[in-house]
Design a protein. Sequence first.
Lengths: 224, 227
Amino acid sequence: MRDKIIYVLGLVAILLLARDLYLITGFPAERNQGVIFKIIFFHVPMAITALTCALVAFTSSILFLVTKKFQFDALAVAVTEVGLAFLAGNLITGSIWGRVAWGIWWTWDARLTSALVCWLLYAGYLMLRNAIEEPTQRATFAAVFSIFAFIDVPIVIFSIKWWRTQHPQPVFWGGGSFPPDWKAVFGWQMLAVLLVGVVFTLVRLRQEQFQREIDSLRRMAHAL
Amino acid sequence: MAFVRQVLVIMAKDLRAELRTKEAINASLSFALVVLLLFSFAFDPSEETTREISGGLLWIVFAFAGTLLLNRSFARELGNDCLDALISAPIPGSALFLGKALANYVLVMAVELIALPLFGVFYNVRWTSQFWQLMLVIALGTWGMTVTGTIFSALTVNIRLREVMLPILNFPILIPALLGAMQLTSTLVAGKPITVENDAWLKMLIGFDVMYTAVSVFLVETVLVGG
């Protein structure tokens, strides 16, 4: 049953992505920035998906500490890994856009810097997990660190915003304008990228469960 | 009041143990000196340029030297299973944590207050013109560093690669605090006071300290027994 859900969701995500890609390539180039502007259809959904992942990781870390149920630990690690991948995608697409629009791969602008700091924060989470052998200890310590990291995200964003700002203002809530048909495709694209995130998380979650089963079988075998 | 006494007992114990051996504080101090020296090769130590980046330089020295001290905080208790004895002692985990954090705070502050005048001498920076405001920023920044450093010291004490993990976990979390402290220190060392324009950094530092102290006190029990 679980496997079928994963396949169906994956298929829906692929179809949606293909449809969006077809529509996006059909759109005319943006007046000032040209074709590169269309990277926004990938760049922004990936950022939102990564943020959603951080929120889910935070919630499931708290739930683990409260309930001590390992499903929540598995969810936390699955979602953190997926979020890290999406944040990396966000950073890379942003970098490509920056190369074309600004002429440089990287600049120490507020959003770029905060995204990089968040990436490092959650990379630390995975490194911490790798360094601990005992499952209960690993889950507990990782959950504590995840809570620390999530609290840091808004402080990082605001402090670095005071530090400097060069990133283009948001197209949606700032002064920019987005034609209605682009908006619709953007909504679908958002859904597609989120779905890809969900599918990745489910696959990773299954791996985590298998891993635990293997570990417990191994312990049983050693006990014999 | 019993709680305050417990905190002070732990703090006194840690300070006494450190001051008798002086191993961590000596290492930290000489490391701070080495880093200060290295910066003179990396940047032209003439007055103009160093004053602009002095806040950054100082806090990098403080963060590196502080990490050496913080690493020892819980690692010191590993021998003879002292950590287990401390955890089973009839005091709350938060008292143990705050006592250790305060002891670390005193030690890190001591290293910083020695490194600061040396920095002034080596780089010909007259840092005393806004003395009390600078002290306030250093006190706040160091508390942020110590409080997260102490909880991560407890978190990493029993794991592989302990010495490496502490800075890997602590520095990214500390970035907002370090950024604020660097900005304010650069301004103050240049002789300009904190005004309405940059007091947002001061508020952010205070907020960071309060929030992470609260979260650490709340979660420390989980860290100590959860292992």
